[in-house]
Design a protein around this ligand. Structure first.
Ligand code: HEM
Length: 476
């Protein structure tokens, strides 16, 4: 390791210092922090890495203009056919233009406003009705209906489409996304960190062990589905009344067709990557957070009962909770924020990459270094949180019981220039879905079962609960 880089070690030649397979990633990084401090050098395969294990350092780094790249990881790049397309994994002007475009038009389409509220409330109503019909009074898993409800919200903003909870096409797409998340957290990781393996490994290993063929098949299926959707949109496009992000994007392409430097190019691959990024980033994340919520409510009856009392006092039982009730239901928002803290859905955020050599905190961080941040460690820091390992909504309430959401050491949506661009939509969704579910049901563990809130150790990028069953009892 160059002496000018932060303390740590590059490990062995070729393999570097790979994280142990069965150890949760936060445990591994926490061991490195104990050994080397808050800023650490390590190496996975051929990728040099700097790990940031302190909130103030993370904030500083993720606001630095030269730390906004993404590393070239095989399983991320695959989705854009290895081109600098889309928003979640793109860099430079393509990323900046697509990000600005999406933020602007998601706001036009109601992100954070009443227009989106109506559509989320509708999905919440459909979801509770579905749960009432299928999951009442018996131990049951929270099935795909949860994913479909969440996906419908983003699907409508992107493509003006919504699906029934048991629609085959959408359930199939959800299964693909979930399966892909499992696969990219498995052995294909070796292709991410040792890209040269791609040229030497025989296809039967890449396909049978790493499941690369499955990832590619899913990607192509979704690509073809998108092409059909784009054609439909082109046929029905009314420039005076754009309906959704796809319409706005088609208009942007048209408006920029004579600009040789534009990133809004007519290659459908670009729009496909934008749509794909939004669907993957916006569905599994919110759906898994709701799964955590349902689990924690079953495990913490005292918090659930406080929420029930509050809902009964504030919201008449013949209508769903709405954003107008939000101030009076601050305890629910506080519970959701603390849920995001304790579950740390994205424990190391998404990796960033240095796009230039940077002098940072007295060290040299060479161009191409990957940056990883310890969000989960910040969320469980006993020096910051009163009850670091427990769900404790009071972490996010001030002395007057008002919501206090701006906390240091709290970064479930990451921080800085690449911070989650769906944060306000996600927070609105979580509030409306969670309060609708809790207004309608009491959530209990199955008789005689002790539910565990420990995370599934097979998951590295996303902290998911282990599969569980709960009993829903109708309240109203
Ligand atoms: C509970 C729900 C969610 C959580 C916890 C979450 C978390 C995150 C995190 C940690 C990042 C990485 C930021 C970085 O690289 O520094 C991210 C990025 C992103 N998220 Fe979310 N997210 C959620 C919901 C959503 C939703 C609903 C959408 C879509 C509307 C969305 C769209 C995105 C996109 C497009 C990016 C990439 C941003 C970029 O690279 O500039 N997310 N999210």
């Amino acid at each position: 390791k160059p002496a000018t880089m932060p303390p740590g070690s590059f490990g062995w030649p070729v393999i570097g210092s790979l994280p142990p397979l069965q150890m949760p990633i936060t445990q591994h990084l926490s061991n490195l922090k104990k050994q080397y401090g808050n800023i650490i050098t390590t190496k996975w395969g051929s990728i040099p890495i700097v790990v940031l294990a302190d909130y103030q350092l993370i904030k500083k780094a993720f606001n630095h203009p030269d730390f906004q790249g993404r590393p070239n990881l095989f399983s991320f790049q695959l989705y854009s056919y290895f081109r600098n397309y889309g928003v979640g994994n793109s860099v430079g002007k393509v990323w900046a233009d697509n990000r600005r475009f999406l933020l602007r038009h998601l706001r036009t389409l109601g992100m954070g406003k009443t227009h989106a509220e109506d559509s989320i409330q509708y999905e919440a109503k459909m979801l509770v009705e579905y749960l009432e019909e299928h999951n009442l009074d018996k131990p049951s898993e929270m099935d795909w209906s949860l994913n479909v409800a969440v996906l419908n919200v983003i699907w409508q903003m992107m493509a003006s489409k919504r699906y029934a909870a048991d629609d085959e096409e959408i359930v199939n797409y959800n299964k693909m996304v979930t399966e892909d998340f499992d696969i990219v957290q498995g052995p294909v990781f070796l292709l991410d960190v040792m890209p040269w393996l791609n040229n030497v490994l025989p296809n039967f290993i890449k396909n049978n062990v790493m499941k690369v063929d499955v990832l590619m098949r899913h990607r192509d299926e979704f690509y073809n589905y998108c092409l059909k959707m784009f054609d439909e949109h082109k046929k029905n496009l009314d420039p005076e009344n754009p309906r959704d992000i796809i319409d706005y994007y088609l208009l942007e392409i048209e408006a920029n067709k004579d600009d040789p430097d534009t990133t809004f190019i007519s290659d459908p691959g670009m729009l496909h990557s934008v749509v794909n990024d939004m669907f993957t980033a916006g569905s599994e994340t919110s759906a898994t957070t709701l799964r955590w919520m349902i689990l924690y409510m079953a495990v913490k009856p005292e918090i659930q009962s406080k929420i029930h009392k509050l809902l009964d006092a504030v919201v008449p039982s013949d209508r769903l909770p709405s954003l107008d009730d939000r101030e009076q239901l601050a305890y629910i928002d506080a519970m959701l924020l603390d849920l995001m803290r304790i579950s740390s859905l994205v424990p190391i955020s998404l990796p960033h990459c240095a796009t230039a050599t940077v002098q940072f905190e007295g060290y040299t961080i060479p161009k191409g270094t990957m940056l990883l941040v310890c969000a989960e460690m910040c969320h469980r820091d006993p020096a910051v949180w009163k009850c670091p390992d427990d769900l404790y909504p009071e972490h996010f309430l001030d002395e007057d019981g008002k919501l206090d959401s701006k906390k240091d050491s709290f970064l479930p949506f990451s921080i800085g220039r690449r911070q989650c661009l769906g944060e306000s939509l996600a927070r609105m969704e979580l509030f409306l879905f969670a309060s609708a579910i809790l207004q309608r049901f009491t959530i209990q563990p199955p008789p005689g079962v002790t539910l565990s809130t420990s995370t599934d150790p097979a998951m590295k990028l996303l902290n998911s609960p282990k599969p569980y069953k709960v009993v829903l009892k109708k309240r109203h």
